[in-house]
Design a binder for this molecule. Sequence first.
Ligand code: TMP
Length: 236
Amino acid sequence: MEKVNQVYEGKAKKVFSTEDENLFIVSYKDDATAFNGLKKGTITGKGIVNNKMSNYLMQILEKNGVPTHFVEEINDRETIVKKVSIVPLEVIIRNVSAGSFAKNYGVEEGITFPEPTIEFSYKNDALGDPLINEYHAFALGLATKEEINTIKTMAFKIDEILKEYFKNLGVRLIDFKLEFGKTADGTIVLADEISPDTCRFWDINTNEKLDKDRFRRDLGGVEGAYQEMMKRVFGE
Ligand code: TMP
């Protein structure tokens, strides 16, 4: 399958149309941004890690009954996905306090919650992806109530599957961001990516950060962290 036209370029990926009107090709870049694009950089090899890891995790999720946009990996950086219209919500699940949760609510990082939390941001760069609740999402017409309920159920199920999966690799799944899309027939599927760009991963023994926080916070060892996660998932 060949790329026909570029239909979208995001901060970390490009999306192309194909000869099949129901399929897109996603191409992962090494570009990294943080703080709504304010901080820019390159993480060498990131596109390959994110493409391969995301595809692998989506196949695990599919096996566990979670529908995703994944169709077929073409090469290290490119994947065929179902064409979806993205629901403009960033869905964030947290198992442990970190990042904006710790900052907004004045708690330290690393507190394990009694049960996972969910929150939504309105995916809108001009507004800086503001936090919203599900009533706001419905009021803004971003999704129907039924769709929001489906998304919540899927997000918590994904958390259960991935938490267990990463635990076996010696990784704590602290939090992550999901995006969902709607296929032509209206089915909600998991879209976008699941990668060190969109998850917080801490080593289970040392709590060493193995994700994009190393870039956001100038901790050094950014490429090494992505490669370490690749190694945990795929072995040597
Ligand atoms: P936060 O603590 O900064 O709100 O981030 C929560 C999770 O969402 C974390 O795993 C990183 C991920 N995330 C994204 O994937 N994209 C974003 O734009 C932001 C702000 C966070």
